[in-house]
Ligand binder design. Sequence first.
Ligand SMILES: Nc1ncnc2c1ncn2[C@@H]1O[C@H](COP(=O)(O)OP(=O)(O)O)[C@@H](O)[C@H]1O
Ligand SMILES: [Mg+2]
Length: 355
Amino acid sequence: MKLGARSRVTAEDVIDGQTTAVVALDESLRVSVLNFAAEGIFEVSRRLTLGEALVDAIAHFAPHELRLRKALDTMTGFIERELKLARPGSSSITVDLIVTPFVVGKKPGLLMEMQPVDRHQRIARDGTLQTQFDASRELIRGLAHEIKNPLGGIRGAAQLMEHEFPDSQHREYTRVIIREVDRLQNLVNRMLGPNRAPQKALLNIHEVLEHVRRLVQAEAPPAVAVLRDYDPSIPEVVVDREQMIQAVLNVLRNALHAVDGHGSIILRTRTRRQLTVGGARHKLMVQIDIEDSGCGVPPDMIEKIFYPMVTTRADGTGLGLPLSQYLVHSHGGLIECRSRPGCTVFSIFLPIESA
Ligand SMILES: Nc1ncnc2c1ncn2[C@@H]1O[C@H](COP(=O)(O)OP(=O)(O)O)[C@@H](O)[C@H]1O
Ligand SMILES: [Mg+2]
């Protein structure tokens, strides 16, 4: 929105500031208004489209001309979800379209509002992945419990032996047993994850992010910058602070490993409208991106990294991402990942409950 010399905000400023693509048509289906978002998604310029017939100006609408004409003639709007719009010679885009008729000065027109449904939204709609993660998590938890139970007994027996045979030679053996049992116990506890339900409270997500950012910046070598790009207007979210710190920390630490000593990491926040996650529709969600300039996740790994015990690091456990995914999921959200060499983005989506 351009402010400054002009102190009044015009209607044009407002529709240009919207993330929804807006196109208004006159009674002959010629473009009378086209906002900034519409220029972006249809790759057209306002200058060349205003006053032109819609189907000439934006070829994507050629197959829909009759339907729009009918909406205008009958003054009846319609809503079309996940409408695929294609232009010859370019890839298609998917939008949710709302068409509303209006009358200005006795002349009818149509208002078209379009919300792009990009890759993100479509993946976020897919609940089957989440079900698989949940199933593998249950398996790991069952296994972890089975391992955990005898560990206490082994440790206790080793301690008794230490008392029975206090000479240093036996002590060396019992120390090894106790140390390894403790290591295993530690691992198993991490496999089990938190055993409490989230204790949610209303808080500012940026406070959580700043906390994690400071922790990771302190661990990072000087050549790694952890930058931020926050949308300060994001409403407070209802989350368990400790669990959210853990969830973000795991992802951010991975980014730190990925940049391998030099590069940049960006923490970004944005709001997203009308997303469906695990079957639940959310009016508003916060999207937290953790982007790094590292070498990326190999394509054959990208489907697997949210499963437990999947790691490519020599000292990795493969438990970071599944735990983060579980924590975010128990908040009604989802984590997903896009990656190419030089740019990897993990996006954490969390619902913003309306007050
Ligand atoms: N930002 C990233 N860039 C590249 N690869 C990543 C990134 N984050 C995670 N990965 C991959 O996902 C794997 C699993 O991550 P995680 O579950 O945290 O386990 P760990 O960190 O112990 O390996 C990592 O070993 C790595 O191969
Ligand atoms: Mg990790």
